[in-house]
Design a binder for this molecule. Structure first.
Ligand SMILES: Cc1cc2nc3c(=O)[nH]c(=O)nc-3n(C[C@H](O)[C@H](O)[C@H](O)COP(=O)(O)OP(=O)(O)OC[C@H]3O[C@@H](n4cnc5c(N)ncnc54)[C@H](O)[C@@H]3O)c2cc1C
Length: 573
């Protein structure tokens, strides 16, 4: 069924066992789990899938070594289990990541740490070598489940300097441990949506659909593209609106104060010298103010992050000039001889962590663990609302399963399957060894007669989900590369537009590809994409121009970058 048919279906049959509000990673993980159990479920997302907090993460798939000092052992244990599972279930999008901590002092933090741990001290203090060593031993212990990566190692000064010649002279040692990262979080979400819908014909996820009202036995949904409103009668509602949970509850006539979010921003930098110095692993370090910050190698760019600032409304989360200064300055903490200029910023993104509302003197102390808060039917409403509060990207599968179990119990619907060992999208039948990958690509070239280098690009970009894209491209009379981006072909853009619920040019450049994120956009490229997507979606000339305008507007207002005819994406703040 297409979008219109799905809406008509629900207008004719408005009774839905489960309605999920919010298509971020937690709503999507729950959707996937319920779909797998055969439950009829509808998910609505007010914007595009994975456009809220799920698009704003530091891209780390990790246990969260920092949470050990807050005593969040349950979370670290669960997150490390989930990290190891994601490495196996989504090997195309979740990759091992050596992570190096530069250490400036031997003993500091030793006396402060137990006090912090017991909640008697809130002051961030520098963490010395001994404390970090103890933390890493504990982290290795928790990571033992399905161990897929080596344990940590410490490097003395000489070895450290061989590896990082420009590192700060005060660094005494470095510690390297393994976590994982995900280059394409938004694509991983999209593949889970597609998997779930393929699995269960009664599972529907619609983007650009906002919950705007509720009460009694009704939930009012508005198509944010057409303005049309429709009503469903759910048996249970899952509020997975992340940082917007309280606003969604208010729309449902059940006001709450569950969320006390903090904003975090990241910069993407085009700086070949910094990129070389960062190397192939993340540098995870404590800044002067005690905050843990990072430099992540991101293809040929470097990602810098992040900040942690209390915020009242998630819609206000955009990069500020102070944050730019803070993040550019923090590079000096590790590489004092490297200067990053504002002109080298090609992209920025900000989002709000959906943290539980709690009184803590420092934002770093707010729990990063997740919980389910249920508002039982009552107060004039016939359905319960389960709010998914918190939740790391890394733990989305476990949180989705826990949410799903609550719903299944109430539906008296037994759990039929687990997602624990279930591959996601292009991670299915993924060839893991270099030989198997070569064979897979050889077979694609042979069966579809597509150029080997295109097959390789598509495999690296999509894993085994590349197969239908390869077939689509090969079936066209010709499939030229884009004039303004030679990493993409017409057929590829057309396929993604037709098959991945793409409605706007912004969906494609921000979330189905990394073009915006890597600072690869230019005005001619936007016009070229609007042309190809317009052919696929039936846009006339005025609509194509409007899509380009809207994308420029979003890049400026949400990501603080501008494109000019002479110059690609650059900071405009
Ligand atoms: C700066 C930052 C760094 C982070 N780094 C990491 C990291 O490195 N690793 C990690 O594991 N985790 C990280 N996280 C945490 C993780 O990204 C989030 O906790 C997770 O993405 C939350 O997902 P969610 O689905 O709950 O929320 P969201 O992704 O925000 O999804 C909620 C969705 O609900 C929609 N919505 C809201 N109201 C309505 C409505 N009325 N109707 C319909 N839809 C609605 C929104 O549009 C939104 O898309 C980070 C988070 C931030 C902000």
């Amino acid at each position: 069924m297409n979008r219109q048919e799905i809406i008509r279906h629900y207008q004719a049959h408005p009774q839905v066992p489960v309605l999920i509000v919010g298509g971020g990673v937690n709503g999507i993980a729950t959707f996937r789990d319920l779909a797998l159990q055969g439950v009829s479920v509808l998910l609505v997302e007010q914007n595009d899938f994975a456009s809220g907090a799920s698009a704003a993460s530091s891209h780390m798939v990790h246990g969260g070594i920092r949470y050990l000092e807050n005593g969040e052992f349950r979370l670290v244990n669960e997150a490390l289990h989930e990290r190891n599972r994601l490495l196996l279930n989504a090997p195309h999008y979740v990759k091992p990541l050596p992570t190096t901590i530069p250490l400036f002092k031997w003993f500091s933090g030793i006396f402060n740490a137990p006090f912090k741990f017991l909640g008697w001290s809130e002051k961030p203090s520098e963490r010395g070598i001994i404390i970090i060593k103890l933390g890493l031993m504990l982290y290795d212990f928790y990571a033992n489940f399905k161990r897929s990566m080596p344990t940590h190692e410490l490097r003395l000064q000489t070895e450290t300097r061989e590896m990082f010649p420009s590192i700060h002279p005060d660094v005494q040692m470095t510690a390297t441990y393994y976590d994982a990262w995900m280059p394409y979080p938004e694509r991983l979400c999209m593949e889970m949506v597609m998997d779930a819908q393929a699995e269960n014909p009664n599972a529907h996820a619609l983007n650009y659909m906002a919950v705007v009202g509720g009460g009694e036995n009704r939930v009012v949904i508005q198509d944010t593209l057409s303005g049309e409103r429709w009503v469903v009668h759910p048996q249970q509602v899952i509020n997975a609106a992340g940082p917007w949970i309280d606003f969604a509850n208010e729309a449902l006539q059940r006001p709450t104060h569950f969320i006390g979010g903090t904003k975090g921003s990241h910069l993407v930098i085009d700086h070949p010298e910094l990129r070389r110095n960062v190397g192939e692993g993340e540098i995870f370090f404590e800044n002067h103010d005690g905050r843990i910050t990072l430099m992540l190698p991101y293809f040929d760019r470097v990602m810098l992050g992040t900040t942690d600032i209390r915020i009242d409304h998630p819609d206000q989360a955009v990069l500020t000039a102070d944050e730019v200064e803070y993040m550019l300055d923090m590079v000096k903490r590790v590489f004092p001889s490297i200067t990053v200029q504002r002109e080298q910023i090609v992209f920025s993104f900000s989002g709000v962590r959906p943290l539980p509302s709690m009184d803590a003197n420092t934002t770093g102390q707010i729990s990063r663990d997740h919980s389910i808060r249920t508002l039982e039917a009552g107060n004039g409403t016939t359905y319960p609302i389960h709010a998914m509060v918190g939740g790391k990207w890394t733990t989305m599968r476990a949180f989705g399963e826990q949410m799903s179990d609550v719903v299944l119990t109430r539906l008296k619907h037994p759990r039929a399957h687990s997602t624990a060992d279930r591959a996601i999208g292009g991670g299915r039948d993924y060839p893991t060894t270099p030989e198997a990958q070569y064979d897979w690509q050889e077979r694609m070239v042979r069966e579809h007669e597509l150029d080997p280098s295109r097959v390789q690009t598509l495999f690296e970009r999509y894993g085994t989900y590349a197969e239908p894209i390869i077939a689509h491209c090969a079936n066209r009379p010709s499939d030229p590369l884009l004039t303004h981006h030679d990493g993409y072909s017409h057929g590829e853009v057309e396929f993604i537009t037709q098959h991945e619920q793409v409605h706007t040019l912004t969906d494609f450049v921000l979330r189905r590809s990394l073009m915006a994120m890597l600072g690869q956009l230019s005005l001619p490229l936007l016009h070229e994409l609007a042309g190809i997507m317009g052919d696929a979606l039936g846009w006339d000339e005025a609509q194509r121009l409007a899509q380009v305008e809207a994308t420029l507007q979003t890049l400026q207002s949400r990501h603080r970058v501008a494109l000019s005819p002479e110059q690609p994406s650059r900071l405009a703040l």
